[in-house]
Design a protein around this ligand. Sequence first.
Ligand code: FE
Ligand code: FE
Ligand code: ZN
Length: 276
Amino acid sequence: MLRIGCHLSSSKGYLSMGKEALEIKANTFQFFTRNPRGGNAKAINETDINRFLALAEEENITPILAHAPYTLNACSADPALRDFAKRTMTDDLNRLEYTPGNMYNFHPGSHVKQGVETGIAYIAEMLNSILTQEQHTTVLLETMAGKGSEVGGRFEELREILDRIELSQHMGVCLDTCHIWDGGYDIANHLDEVLTEFDQIIGLQRLKAIHLNDSMNPLGAHKDRHAKLGEGHIGLNTFKRIVNHPALKSLPFYLETPNDLEGYAREIQMMREASM
Ligand code: FE
Ligand code: FE
Ligand code: ZN
């Protein structure tokens, strides 16, 4: 059965997200670990988490995907910002141990004039200083649109980061359809070729999650503006093929389209009807 959900607001806690997921017929979801622009996370509420875990078990809501704040930049030129990224991610991973067996996705970062190689080195250095043998969360690098000096707009860059990670058994990749389209990978006309390229460069066994978004911009625009499924340049047919593709169909899919809950419910239903 198709595993699909959307991005939900974490402001009312885990149980509330679990209930919202059920309402819109989702069996997984994504949430921000804290305000997407940064700041402190709310204190852990164990009662809320335990209720959520019971609901998730009963209703088979899994896996959940936590998303790091956008402000986290592991390869900033400013050591204070790199340190902030490291402290934030460490704190997030500690908190995620309350819901073991899940995933944590982050944007690799922007190198801002330092060059992509320096960026990659900083990102790998941070991950190596944070990951532990004992952790129960898989950390995902998100494929990016290559906007500005973003690292991760090419599969090769993600591969280079992964190659430098010591505890790489805890690492994976989250593929964002809008981002790779904006990065110049033509999934609308050459889905198989793009996936073959991903497999050759990164390895499909590293692919752990898909962000399912249409794009407001044409192929290779390097913009990163999400559209509702079927209302952008990628088109609905491609999303139908993606959720049925043998290399992808067993992965969890997350909508990050500009929608309210009702809109998400419609997109989830549409994808469920399309999936065989
Ligand atoms: Fe993201
Ligand atoms: Fe995304
Ligand atoms: Zn995006």
